[in-house]
Design a protein around this ligand. Structure first.
Ligand SMILES: [Zn+2]
Length: 412
């Protein structure tokens, strides 16, 4: 995309127009660097982009003019690479937002998310999921549209996280098993229709919730800097996985890769809805934990919250401890198989699995090391996810992607 310098000025090549011509192709990479916190100053931006200071300055100025970032030239700004003060770069506080939506087994939620993965506003969660996807998605989009009216922010697009594999290229929710939705529901099309019906501009996207959590953690959380990032997490029900390779989600040939919920971790275990038996999905999710601990799931809060509260608040109860250890062992077995196959350089755990790791990190790491070829030799770091609402933040990343790819093209 970088334009050639105007021949009339190629001799010195320093007019601002030619700088910007050269810099247009750098706008997206520059925005991504600021968005992910990797370019806190203009000096770092210059070095990361491999351009001249003048070009980096023109690029930063253009992103500021688009309302996306803030360039702070006040004295006392952080030192640059040569020890000189350098302009500080940050995402614009009142810039545009993406509408993010999440549907899970126990309800749905809408939020507005700015650059940098910052949640600007959230609507109160709803705890009923209708069997008609259009009704649910209409409600969640309306909640997001109300947030946009209240805040007056510009919306770049909308993203949806669902607890189902989403088949590409058509955006079909193939196995929304913990929702009463029909298998194969065209969620992306329905979501896009609801976004348009609410009078919102911008494209609409939909993807699996754990894929989106992994993407968000890679850009803004516990996965930053990892090259082969494996994420395993429970939702409110079931278990999902995702792989981020060199910054991109690995989704397989049709969007269905990393269905880790159906790894067998207990051959004698309970029957799974997939037709097999003893899968992670039914052996290491919140319902499995509550059952193992001898607790009757109550209706007052979600199963996920009940199980996390139980581990955090009652770990001295022998039944809770025994259930925790049993689930850690099953999860560890699943992770060990994944380590052998995928050779990740980092594993991050979310949902109930994060609470299991926090409860007894040594036990989980030992199971993975004992049961895996590469775990024994290398010792793959296993870390908790760190973002609140990482699936929502990831849903917003989908909507931000066209802007990150080409800020001028997407916004002007
Ligand atoms: Zn299964």
């Amino acid at each position: 995309m970088s334009g050639k310098a105007d021949p009339r000025t190629a001799g010195d090549g320093t007019t601002s127009r030619t700088r910007l011509d050269r810099g247009r192709g750098a706008l997206g990479p520059a925005l991504e660097l600021v968005h992910t916190g990797r370019a806190p100053t203009r000096a770092v931006l210059t070095a990361e982009l491999g351009v001249t200071r003048a070009t980096a300055g023109a690029v930063a100025a253009e992103l500021e003019a688009l309302g996306l970032i803030r360039v702070d030239a006040r004295p006392g700004a952080a030192a640059g690479s040569q020890g000189r003060p350098s302009h500080r770069l940050a995402v614009a506080e009142n810039g545009p937002v993406a509408l993010a939506a999440q549907v899970h087994a126990d309800g749905f939620r809408a939020a507005l998310v700015g650059l940098g993965g910052r949640i600007v506003a959230t609507a109160p969660g709803c705890e009923v999921v209708d069997a008609d996807p259009a009704k649910v998605l209409g409600s969640v989009v309306e909640a997001g549209a109300e947030l946009l009216r209240q805040t007056g922010r510009r919306c770049v697009g909308a993203g949806l996280a669902v607890p189902s594999a989403v088949a590409e290229p058509d955006g079909l929710a193939l196995n929304p098993l913990h929702l009463a939705w029909p298998a194969g529901a065209p969620v992306r099309r329905i979501f896009a229709e609801q976004v348009r019906a609410a009078g919102l501009d911008g494209p609409a996207f939909a993807a699996n919730d754990v894929n989106l959590a992994a993407l968000a953690e890679h850009r803004h959380g516990a996965g930053r800097g990892a090259r082969d990032l494996l994420c395993v997490a429970t939702g409110h029900r079931g278990v999902g996985g995702a792989l981020v390779l060199d910054g991109r989600l690995h989704t397989g040939s049709s969007g269905l890769a990393l269905e880790v919920g159906h790894l067998t971790v207990n051959p004698e275990g309970r029957p799974c809805h997939c037709g097999s038996r003893g899968c992670l999905d039914v052996e290491a999710d919140p319902l499995a934990f509550l059952t193992a601990a001898g607790r009757e799931p109550g209706p007052e809060v979600s199963l996920l919250q009940q199980s996390i509260d139980l581990i955090r608040g009652h770990y001295d109860d022998p039944a809770v401890r025994t259930a925790t250890e049993a689930l850690i062992d099953r999860l560890g077995l699943g992770l060990a198989g994944l380590v052998n196959i995928l050779n990740p350089d980092r594993i991050i755990l979310g949902g109930l699995h994060r609470a299991l790791l926090d409860a007894d990190p040594g036990r989980l790491r030992a199971v993975v090391a004992d049961r895996s070829l590469w775990g024994q030799s290398g010792g793959v770091p296993i870390l908790p996810c760190t973002l609140d609402h990482n699936s929502l933040v990831g849903a917003a990343e989908l909507a931000w992607q066209p802007v990150l790819d080409d800020p001028l093209g997407a916004l002007v």
